[in-house]
Design a protein. Structure first.
Lengths: 142, 150
């Protein structure tokens, strides 16, 4: 059965639900987990805002580290073997799928929505793109 | 983890992959399995103004219903064989003349399923769609987790 589960998170409350579900499943199956946080750089804007852009990315990176550290500790307490991955990418779904391939994951577990929230879209943009392009199964959590 | 998993199939190859994964997962987690196959109704074209449309006769409806039952019976039978080979039992359910996504969602609810497993695309295999239409709808419902198998 699944032996290595990839769990993406963007640090949002909704994404956390996917993390919790993925961890519980890993525990039940005796599987290893890799948790990935993709930091998206702000899209290119004029040099006027460069400082703000750089500050934002730094902030996001710190947030990513803090989220991943917390998740890693929770996994350790629960007795789940867990690795964390932090990358920067303008195409989060690509980074997620690449990480799954790189780590030899056989399942991706993620929430249906992340930061955008439920109201905005029927299904989050990153989840939707991961579903389209992934070759391995994807479990989508409400 | 999951007490009752709902596997959905339309007889397609992708659906079969879904069944494979769903059965293996159910076995590993000792969950109950129900396999559902929903077949759609004969289309009725009521026509318009000058176009006469097409309304099937009772005979045509009966023949279609029998054919749907037979078709579903065949691929549900395959699902049962797959389950048996894995050493687990599976309940089979054919729902005719219904909209697949709606029925899958409703069945998961009424049967108390805590996971749905289905293929990413179905019979039509329209790969240009980012995701099959029925799978998209089931995902949008957002009541239980859905495992999408490619």
């Amino acid at each position: 059965m699944y032996s290595h589960i990839l769990i993406p998170t963007d640090g949002s409350e909704l994404a956390e639900r996917g993390v919790a579900h993925g961890m519980a499943l890993a525990k039940s199956l005796g599987a290893t987990v890799s948790v990935i946080f993709v930091v998206e750089p702000f899209s290119e804007v004029s040099s006027r805002f460069l400082e703000a852009v750089v500050a934002y990315v730094e902030f996001r990176k710190q947030q990513a580290t803090s989220v991943l550290d917390r998740v890693a500790n929770e996994a350790k307490t629960a007795g789940i073997s867990c690795q964390t991955i932090q990358v920067e990418s303008g195409q989060p779904h690509q980074a997620i799928i690449a990480a799954a391939a790189d780590k030899g994951c056989d399942l991706i577990v993620m929430s249906s929505h992340g930061r955008s929230g439920v109201a905005a879209l029927l299904i989050g943009s990153v989840t939707s793109k991961v579903l389209t392009h992934a070759k391995i199964p994807v479990m989508v959590c409400p | 983890m999951y007490a009752h998993i709902l596997l959905s199939t339309d007889g397609s190859d992708v659906a079969r992959n879904g069944l494979k994964h769903g059965i293996a997962l159910a076995k590993a987690l000792k969950a109950r399995v129900t396999v559902i196959a929903v077949t759609e109704s004969l289309p009725i074209d009521y026509g318009s103004g000058h176009a006469s449309g097409w309304i099937p006769s009772q005979q045509e409806i009966d023949a279609f219903d029998a054919a749907s039952r037979q078709r579903a019976g065949k691929f549900l039978g395959e699902a049962r064989a797959m389950a048996e080979q894995a050493g687990i039992s599976a309940e089979l359910l054919h729902v005719p003349n219904a909209h697949p996504a709606t029925t899958i969602i409703a069945t998961a609810k009424s049967a108390g399923c805590d996971l749905i497993v289905m293929g990413s695309h179905g019979r039509r295999g329209l790969k240009k769609l980012f995701l099959g239409s029925q799978t998209s709808e089931v995902l949008a419902d957002g009541n239980v987790p859905v495992l999408v198998v490619h």
